[in-house]
Design a protein around this ligand. Structure first.
Ligand code: ASP
Length: 306
């Protein structure tokens, strides 16, 4: 069946996940597709038993953070100093409550920390050492700093270091994200990343920024973005896409329009996944590929694409 038939259905619950734009042609994609399917299943299991969209997107993103094939959590890219600095955020469409962390290291699952920031802090976004201290103080699971570093990412770092004047590598990313609409009509979104490879230490992209990398509002829909963060921030991509849904566009139309704006106004490359509170979903990218999966009631299992 054509993917759009599954995407455009008004039926809840539904979850959509992505594993980043930029999956290069020629790379082995089976583990990526399997990882996305497992993530969609984990999120859908929460929704299927009547759980909340916010719990579902967290569960899905945790699966992808644990999977070394994605640039989030374990498998994160390295900065030009050879260190890991992760960003993550999540948003609850019921209340517009959001939690985010930027430039964190040694936190096993940054999305779980974002969740604690959402519930247990008076703030929305915590960064660096302060965020890590908050994590330790709130019983968030930590990991040795190099637990997140995989041999593949270390090798890539060494390669980039050899290139004279190496700049952040925008072409090999695998940021992860999830959006869901639950049976109660609520939506939520979550995004997690190691950021661009060989980024300058201290660089923060779109993923922890509400409105740029992540947005959710029960009056319009939920969105998670991937791609060139500096461009995504300029067009406030996820809020723009949600506003388009709020003005009556379907998630499929809104995703295409938002990504086209990213290209035309910011000359940026990337992609986006969307759901509306009535359960319709959409995805679009202006990169050659974006890995993604969809699982909704009525499907025998998730469909995953790259
Ligand atoms: N948007 C992320 C960033 O710029 C990277 C990505 O989506 O792959 O940090």
């Amino acid at each position: 069946m054509d993917d759009n038939v599954w995407l455009d259905r008004r039926e809840v619950p539904v979850i959509v996940v992505h594993g980043g734009a930029w999956v290069k042609p020629g790379i082995v994609t089976e583990p990526v597709l399997e990882g996305l399917q497992r993530a969609a299943e984990a999120g859908f299991a929460v929704l299927d038993r009547g759980g909340m969209a916010l719990d579902a997107v967290e569960a899905a993103v945790v699966v992808l953070e644990e999977d070394p094939h994605f640039n989030a959590g374990r498998g994160s890219t390295l900065t030009s100093d050879g260190t890991v600095e992760m960003d993550a955020s999540m948003m609850d469409g019921r209340t517009l409550d959001a939690g985010a962390v930027a430039s964190v290291a040694g936190v096993r699952n940054p999305i779980r920390l974002a969740r604690r920031v959402l519930h247990d802090s008076d703030h929305l976004l915590l960064a660096g050492e302060g965020a890590q201290r908050f994590a330790r103080g709130h019983g968030v699971e930590m990991a040795p700093v190099d637990w997140h570093v995989t041999p593949e990412q270390r090798a890539r770092f060494e390669e980039l270091k050899q290139e004279a004047g190496a700049r952040p590598d925008r072409r090999k990313l695998g940021t992860v994200g999830a959006v869901a609409a639950d049976v109660h009509g609520h939506v939520a979104a979550a995004t997690s990343t190691g950021g661009t490879a060989f980024k300058r230490p201290g660089r923060v992209g779109d993923s922890p920024l509400i409105g740029a990398g992540t947005y959710a509002d029960d009056t319009s829909g939920a969105a998670s973005a991937t791609g060139h963060g500096e461009s995504i921030i300029k067009v406030v991509l996820t809020k723009t896409a949600c506003d388009l849904m709020g003005s009556g566009k379907s998630p499929l139309e809104a995703s295409k329009e938002a990504v086209s704006l990213l290209g035309s106004r910011a000359r940026g490359e990337g992609g986006i996944i969307l759901v509306s509170p009535d359960g319709r979903a959409g995805w679009a990218m202006n990169t050659p590929r974006m890995s993604r999966a969809l699982f909704r009631r009525g499907m025998p299992g998730p469909i995953a694409r790259v």
